[in-house]
Ligand binder design. Structure first.
Ligand code: FAD
Length: 262
């Protein structure tokens, strides 16, 4: 690892002040530290944000669940409030990686990193999330731009994410057996007048499957997806799964998601 300056930020304002073109915020360190150790990235300044009070906490109101950026996956999974308001969100958090990853990894780090196989981006899209940053609010649909790319500016800090509470929802992940990242993950949310099916792992960036949403609007049942053949040209293909296989996993994950929607 190369040498760098380490800053302990006590507030959001201080974290932003420490940031520069060549700095990085340190949250749980689950991606940042390995990538620095492997020399895939290097920074002149590392800004520790995980002790900033304003980035902590989980608040449930009538219509939404607002979670601080440094909330660890284990906290979201074990929160009784989240379990009650959006059970699919706590179950998503409880299925991330392994126990060590869940006890270090954070919501803000996950969405800022925007790994194409990460679970949280699909929840953000399906639950019409608002991403709060150090200087603005961003709708989830405008936040996830491309593979490992978001709408965040270099000195912009995610402070919290607010998820709307749907009538019913579920998250089904087909995990890579080694890493537990999603080969494919489907987050399905049903609202009074809308159904959102957000898919992660299958394409370079999280997306809504219009084909699945349309079929479910006509008939909200797993069987309504029986004959669906998704277009495979935009699907990821790698040593873990071909594009055709991923397309078929998306449909079967969506069918399970409908069956378990609550
Ligand atoms: C073995 C393993 C298995 C995993 N399995 C899964 C899985 O199944 N599903 C899944 O979704 N994820 C998985 N992950 C990812 C993990 O859960 C973390 O969310 C992810 O690695 C980000 O880590 P972190 O929160 O510690 O952020 P860090 O590593 O500290 O930061 C990641 C990046 O985001 C930036 N950043 C951090 N916080 C903020 C912020 N508040 N505002 C702006 N920028 C910020 C950092 O500067 C850095 O560039 C896995 C990781 C590992 C190591």
């Amino acid at each position: 690892m190369k040498q760098f300056n380490f800053h302990e930020a006590k507030s959001v304002k201080e974290a932003v002040k420490f940031s520069s073109k060549n700095s990085a915020f340190l949250s749980g360190g689950q991606t940042l530290i390995p990538s620095m150790k492997l020399r895939l990235s290097s920074f002149s300044d590392i800004i520790n944000i995980k002790n900033i009070k304003d980035l902590k906490g989980i608040k449930v109101s009538g219509k939404s669940v607002k979670i601080g950026a440094v909330a660890k996956h284990a906290e979201v999974a074990s929160s009784k409030d989240v379990q009650k308001a959006i059970p699919a969100l706590s179950s998503l958090a409880g299925g991330i990686g392994d126990m060590q990853v869940r006890n270090k990894g954070t919501l803000g780090g996950s969405i800022a990193n925007n790994d194409p196989s990460a679970c949280y981006p699909s929840a953000c899209i399906a639950l019409n999330a608002i991403i709060y940053t150090s200087n603005r609010k961003i709708e989830a649909k405008k936040f996830f731009k491309g593979m490992f790319e978001t709408a965040l500016k270099k000195d912009e800090l995610v402070t919290a994410v607010e998820f709307s509470i749907p009538e019913k929802s579920s998250y089904v992940k087909i995990p890579n057996p080694a890493s537990r990242y999603a080969l494919v993950g489907v987050f399905l949310a049903k609202y009074k007048k809308d159904i959102i099916c957000a898919v992660t792992g299958a394409q370079p960036v999280v997306y809504r499957s219009e084909e699945i949403e349309k079929a479910l609007h006509n008939n909200f049942s797993p069987e309504s997806l029986d004959d669906l053949n998704l277009v495979t040209e935009d699907m990821n293909a790698d040593i873990h799964a071909s594009a055709d296989y991923r397309a078929s996993l998306v449909v079967s994950a969506a069918q399970k998601a409908v069956a378990h929607c609550k």
